[in-house]
Design a protein. Structure first.
Length: 453
């Protein structure tokens, strides 16, 4: 079995049960699993692969992204949606997304993953809810397997078109019986229940304004018939979302979620900007999770999610970058930084969310939201998913008195190293698993062609 030693770590931020931060730290990995954590002096001095960080790097658990739409990297900064709120932004993009192809899904997924990985992400969930032409979730799965990101693939869906009172054009919705049949196929073909799994499947009808209550209920029933299949959707994103829910269903989003079986520790909802105190209490009581997407919420003027209230009550909260057409970035370290700063703005309290709390939400918090007990912190038996940030950079100069906090307070461009499942996927700031310039070139070609079709 292959072994890996990472030694002479300036500070090893374990995020373990004791939240240890180890000076002159080291990690010893066997195959894809961490075997030992401690100081360099305590651990073995040899392995099949040795990475000597020369006391110039902070190492921490890989970050976990809990909400994204990979395909949207193809439509960043679209003029028609630059100054729109959620519903207007969506309608300005549908005409482009109807031209997506199988290749577009795969290439955009790899582009999104590359951006995430360079910014410290080692596990990501993606919500693909649109399947025009020959597009399938398999396209994403294939692309992500090639780049090496730990992946939770969400089989999204839209079944209510304009003629049925939904938001999307009728041409972009699917028949609900096909959605359920395809969901079952994907679970049985790809879902891996084993510890340290690299691929799991989630069922994820897009939102209350794009699918029927029947599809929500049937998706929940199907997911719970299989081990470890989770549920995900958008909820309570802005005031229009609340108004739609009350007009269409006569309920606030939290009550709607309860009525269709979408509360529980196997469920997480994206955004939740407008949850009220009662709904937050319900989420906490049921273990229902939240993907907090601060940059997208600011970009679309949706509001600021009350994550301090959520955390105080015990709601599972993770960080999500959301789609790269409403963010328009996929930099997970900076998303966590923004979450920290925005919580302080919302509560007008400079202590509303500390740097270490923000890091915890981005690591252990995300793992909990995705139902993982094998990622999110560094300890024996955990997956060998970790990142290293070089402290000898202009961005971190002058921050060595608290380098852990500096990871949030300062502006980190990219990680120096990243290991996923024991494999080095970023080496000295460069992606190792594919040709990034070639990917960018092809991605831009596809992006420009979407508007010409």
């Amino acid at each position: 079995m292959a072994t890996l030693l990472v030694k002479n770590i300036h500070t090893l931020v374990t995020m373990d049960e004791q939240r240890r931060e180890i000076r002159h730290g080291a990690l010893f990995v066997r195959d894809n699993v961490i075997e030992q954590v401690g100081t360099t002096a305590e651990l073995p001095d040899a392995a099949d692969e040795v990475l000597d960080l020369g006391d110039r790097h902070v190492v921490l658990p890989g970050l976990v992204n809990t909400h994204h739409h990979f395909f949207q990297t193809l439509t960043r900064a679209v003029p028609g949606g630059q100054n729109s709120s959620l519903f207007g932004w969506l309608t300005s993009h549908y005409y482009l997304w109807k031209n997506l192809s199988s290749e577009a899904i795969k290439v955009s997924a790899q582009m999104a993953a590359a951006e995430l990985m360079l910014s410290g992400c080692t596990t990501a969930s993606d919500h693909l809810y649109i399947y025009p032409n020959d597009c399938t979730l398999d396209d994403e799965i294939e692309g992500i397997a090639e780049i090496g990101l730990r992946f939770h693939a969400s089989r999204g869906s839209m079944s209510l078109g304009e003629s049925s009172g939904g938001l999307p054009p009728d041409a972009l919705v699917e028949q609900e019986d096909f959605v359920l049949k395809d969901s079952q196929r994907l679970i049985e073909q790809y879902h891996d229940t084993q510890r340290h799994a690299m691929l799991r499947i989630t069922l994820a009808p897009c939102s209350p304004f794009t699918v029927s209550t029947d599809l929500m209920r049937e998706s929940a029933k199907m997911a719970r018939a299989y081990q470890g299949v989770r549920l995900h959707t958008h909820l309570a994103e802005n005031n229009s979302d609340i108004e739609y829910s009350q007009e269409k269903y006569g309920q606030r989003p939290g009550d709607y979620a309860r009525s269709v079986g979408w509360l529980g520790d196997d469920v997480w909802h994206a955004h939740c900007v407008k949850l009220n105190d009662s709904e937050i209490h319900t989420f906490a009581h049921t273990g229902t999770g939240v993907a907090h997407c601060p940059c997208s919420n600011m970009r679309l003027a949706s509001g600021i999610a009350p994550i301090r209230k959520m955390l105080d009550q015990g709601v599972p909260v993770g960080i999500g970058v959301d789609g790269s057409a409403s963010n328009d970035a996929g930099h997970l370290l900076q998303e966590a930084r923004t979450a920290m700063l925005l919580a302080r703005v919302r509560d007008e309290d400079p202590g509303a969310l500390s740097a270490r709390q923000a890091l915890e939400v981005a690591t252990r918090g995300g793992a909990r939201v995705l139902g993982r007990d094998d990622i999110g912190y560094l300890a024996p038996g955990m997956a060998a998913d970790f990142i290293a940030v070089n402290v000898d950079t202009p961005a971190l100069a002058g921050s060595l008195h608290d380098i852990t906090a500096a990871l949030m307070f300062c502006q980190i461009d990219r990680v120096a190293y990243s290991y996923i499942n024991g494999r080095r996927v970023v080496d000295q700031g460069q992606l190792t698993t594919l040709d990034l310039p070639q990917l960018v070139e092809r991605h831009n070609q596809i992006s420009l062609a979407l508007a010409d079709e």
